[in-house]
Design a binder for this molecule. Sequence first.
Ligand SMILES: Nc1ncnc2c1ncn2[C@@H]1O[C@H](COP(=O)(O)OP(=O)(O)OP(=O)(O)O)[C@@H](O)[C@H]1O
Length: 290
Amino acid sequence: MIEIRELTKTYGGVDAVHDVTFTASPGRVTGLLGLNGSGKSTTLRILLGLSRPTRGAALINGRRYRDLKQPLREAGAVLEQGLSHPGQSGRSHLITQALLSGTSRKRVDDLLEYVGLSEAAHKRTGEYSLGMRQRLAVATALLGEPPVLVLDEPANGLDPSGMAWLRGLLRDHVAAGGTVLISSHLLGELELMVDDVVIIADGRIQAAAPLAELTGMTQLRVRGGDHQLLFDTFTEHGATVTSDGDALLVTGLTPEQAGDMALHAQVPIYELVAYTQHLEDIFLSMAEAQ
Ligand SMILES: Nc1ncnc2c1ncn2[C@@H]1O[C@H](COP(=O)(O)OP(=O)(O)OP(=O)(O)O)[C@@H](O)[C@H]1O
């Protein structure tokens, strides 16, 4: 279980993340989605004890990372930065890491097999492709058999078969009761992978909900007699609204609610269309509304 509670991190007077709260639960893959610079890495780095919060807390199984009794056995991480000496082979990198978590060499070889790196095990990691480095990073995170996995942009550099492999691996992990928190800006890919979605923009949470709930939401395209009045009316009722030419794109209202509000505001409606949304549409409308 991962709990992020009212987390704020300030750099030079500017909040990189502001009052961020969400939970990643066991048995579920939770996706943290945001554009570059939205605060994903900052949140994950605090969670993993690499940076201190200005306010709030980031907890793994109820404790801060640095208070975990056996951190490598409780949480595994794949971060964006490089992980191994380029002159070291994949296998010797894993063996070095295994010593830290008290893991056997047998498990190192099993993991190399599991992540599809057996054949490249003796190759220098400096010669690995980005996808192979990601696989090695995942193997490193899994060394201590931690129930909690935190992955920052693990899909970068993976080809379609690599993505399918990662998807299967994460599904296996949560099926066994594990918790996965994965950050990404690859929305289409993430949609196939996650159970719960947390959308972050400009350091603030825009939505945190099961994927099915979010993508079950429809988006409305509304064109009416008074663009600004409609915009204000929908926004006042908590909808997310963006302009699209002379129309509005509205999330968070049913067609009936939007129609009734327009009637109440005495604005004639010329067009009202409801679309089923993909994660990408939801994400972009929330990011644009910022
Ligand atoms: N050490 C730091 N010093 C100053 N500002 C920082 C530092 N780390 C992050 N920031 C700023 O905080 C904001 C959030 O950055 P963060 O790296 O968390 O975003 P991100 O969503 O992970 O983006 P990316 O996908 O590009 O890594 C950015 O504006 C960034 O410039």
